[in-house]
Design a protein around this ligand. Structure first.
Ligand SMILES: O=C(O)CCC(=O)C(=O)O
Length: 311
């Protein structure tokens, strides 16, 4: 009887309340818009793989041009050289081999080093996938370069949620989206990334009491590997000569604390040089309710029907 009454209850029995627009803001409309973005770029298969398997690989021709890839790799190498004094030789064993803190030498906070890194995070493909999985209100969390050479250790299985100290059980929806730019060819003997298909739905990180079957990601330079924060992953040791170069870029839901302090550190000059979306990714609209006694701007808060800061 009680169940029957619940099922029959309309959203509101109160005429006045029923006549008022739902205070659900733009969230529903933006979901439809995010799906349109996925369709426009032909990414439906990749969304399905993210959902079913937990990761997907975007081929270079869907993502970028050889010229852009060359600029990105060039800016990465130039930044490493500026910071360390070491000129990277991608073909041969070099001074950074075996220097990795664990698995690779990490180069953090690259985003402001060269405009090409900013262009990379605004690429329509990762942006469409981020809009779809972590929402149009997402923020950008980290832009880290990895240099991996022979002698660097394998990287043990972990989750990116775990790396952010998110405790299990993980939510069923993605907290973050890792969009990793493959800057040199990935092969297993070259130290490829590996992921455990299906582990994204377990709701916790590796614990040692479950058997994991990782899959090596073998993909040409210019590809992008995309996964959410709950999938188990790691990487194989590099046995080949030469270097593996990777650019990790991560987008998060707006309540996840970014790994790098973009909101505080981004300069007005960099904001001015980029489209408004870049400022949003930097978290410039983070405190949409940051009112004191003067109240808030109704046109900007998420609960205002038909309004959001991005329209
Ligand atoms: O590329 C790799 O070797 C692993 C990267 C990784 O674990 C990560 O981006 O979270």
């Amino acid at each position: 009887m009680a169940e029957q009454a619940l099922e029959d209850t309309p959203v509101s029995t109160d005429d006045e309340l029923r006549a008022a627009p739902l205070q659900s803001g733009k969230a529903q409309a933006d979901f439809a818009r995010a799906w349109e973005g996925i369709q426009r770029l032909g990414l439906e298969k990749h969304v399905a793989e993210l959902e079913a398997v937990g990761y997907t690989v975007i081929p270079p021709e869907k993502l970028t041009t050889p010229a852009f890839l060359a600029r990105l790799r060039g800016a990465f190498c130039a930044t490493v050289e500026r910071r360390t004094g070491i000129a990277l030789d991608l073909e041969r064993t070099g001074a950074l081999d075996g220097q990795g803190a664990g698995a690779w030498a990490p180069f953090t906070f690259l985003l402001f080093e060269d405009p090409v890194f900013q262009e990379a995070i605004l690429n329509p493909v990762p942006l469409a996938l981020a809009d779809y999985t972590v929402g149009r209100s997402c923020m950008f969390s980290t832009c880290i370069g990895l240099v991996k050479g022979p002698g660097d250790a394998p990287l043990g299985l972990h989750t990116d949620n775990g790396a952010l100290a998110v405790p299990a059980p993980y939510p069923a929806y993605p907290l973050l989206l890792n969009c990793t730019w493959v800057l040199t060819d990935y092969t297993k003997s070259g130290g490829a990334l590996c992921l455990v298909p299906g582990s994204h739905s377990l709701g916790h990180g590796p614990r040692g009491d479950e058997v994991a079957q990782p899959t090596a990601i073998e993909a040409p330079a210019g590809s992008m590997v995309v996964w959410s924060g709950s999938i188990w992953h790691g990487s194989y040791p590099r046995r080949d000569p030469g270097l593996r170069l990777t650019l990790v870029t991560i987008y998060t839901r707006p309540f996840v604390i970014p790994q790098e302090r973009y909101r505080e550190e981004v300069t007005q000059e960099i904001l001015d040089a980029n489209p408004p979306r870049f400022a949003e990714l930097m978290g410039k609209n983070l405190y949409q309710y940051s009112f004191k006694e003067e109240g808030y701007d109704l046109n900007k808060v998420a609960l205002t029907p038909g309004k959001s800061w991005w329209d």
